[in-house]
Write a protein that binds this ligand. Structure first.
Ligand code: CDP
Ligand code: CDP
Length: 224
């Protein structure tokens, strides 16, 4: 049987993590886990229920009482919150603007990291997020820190949003992405950082296939 490994992909918004992680997982027959979707799901619920994004205790209790499930499907990974498909509603501007505040709370991160580590026990896994190499899977055989210029990341998001019918301008996206990058990189608990043993991959001028090929090459080198 072919060896399985854990692949951790971190980086800022719009770097291409989820698109490329999904392709790599499919090619290797591994499980893909989008940890950002889990933070988005609890943020969506907090907004729905009017829970203050600053109230760590209330948010933690809300998360303890919630069930977040990720399911692969033909149209990508589906996200279920308490049995309801929230795959689309967790991508709205409201959730995007609030998620980094929720994700900064230590209690929220502790619960999320434990759940993500459990999901990774299944075997070969490709997990993407902000703290995967540094906290969730520090033992991962392959760690990649993916990035691209903020202008290119905003351009990609603009195209994504147009397809989803989410209103935005390039300027508002650059602002949102820069704000989230700052919050994610400067928070006290497990900030977005490139792990010492992670490989840096700049996707600014790479196609999706080129970036996926590079990670597959690195993964195969680990498995052979
Ligand atoms: O897709 P996009 O890059 O916009 O973001 P995402 O991966 O869906 O993550 C949304 C937010 O969740 C990030 O901006 C972080 O604040 C938070 N997050 C985190 O703190 N840790 C993770 N492992 C994944 C996401
Ligand atoms: O997960 P993350 O926020 O890092 O980025 P993503 O959601 O995977 O990628 C954002 C958008 O950029 C998607 O529509 C990708 O198809 C696109 N993309 C691209 O055009 N070229 C790349 N090299 C990587 C991603």
């Amino acid at each position: 049987m072919k060896k399985t490994i854990q692949i951790a992909i971190d980086g800022p918004a719009g770097a291409g993590k989820s698109t490329i992680a999904k392709i790599v997982a499919e090619k290797l027959g591994f499980t893909y886990i989008d940890t950002g979707a889990m933070y988005r799901a609890i943020t969506y619920k907090a907004l729905q229920q009017g829970v203050s994004l600053a109230d760590e205790a209330a948010l933690s209790e809300l998360l303890r009482q919630s069930t977040i499930t990720l399911k692969p499907s033909e149209r990508g990974q589906l996200v279920f919150l308490d049995g309801q498909d929230v795959s689309e509603v967790i991508r709205t501007n409201d959730v995007t603007a609030s998620v980094s505040e929720v994700a900064a709370h230590a209690d929220i991160r502790e619960q999320m990291v434990a759940a993500q580590q459990q999901l990774a026990e299944a075997g070969g896994v490709v997990m993407d997020g902000r703290d995967i190499a540094s906290h969730v899977l520090p033992q991962a055989e392959l760690k990649v820190f993916m990035s691209a210029t903020v202008e290119e990341r905003a351009r990609r998001r603009f195209v994504d949003n147009e397809k989803r019918g989410i209103p935005a301008t390039i300027e508002s996206l650059i602002e949102d992405i820069a704000r989230r990058d700052k919050l994610d990189s400067e928070r006290e608990v497990s900030p977005l950082v490139q792990a010492d043993d992670a490989i840096y991959l700049d996707t600014t001028s790479l196609t999706i296939d080129e970036a996926a090929e590079e990670i597959l090459r690195l993964a195969n080198a680990q498995m052979n």
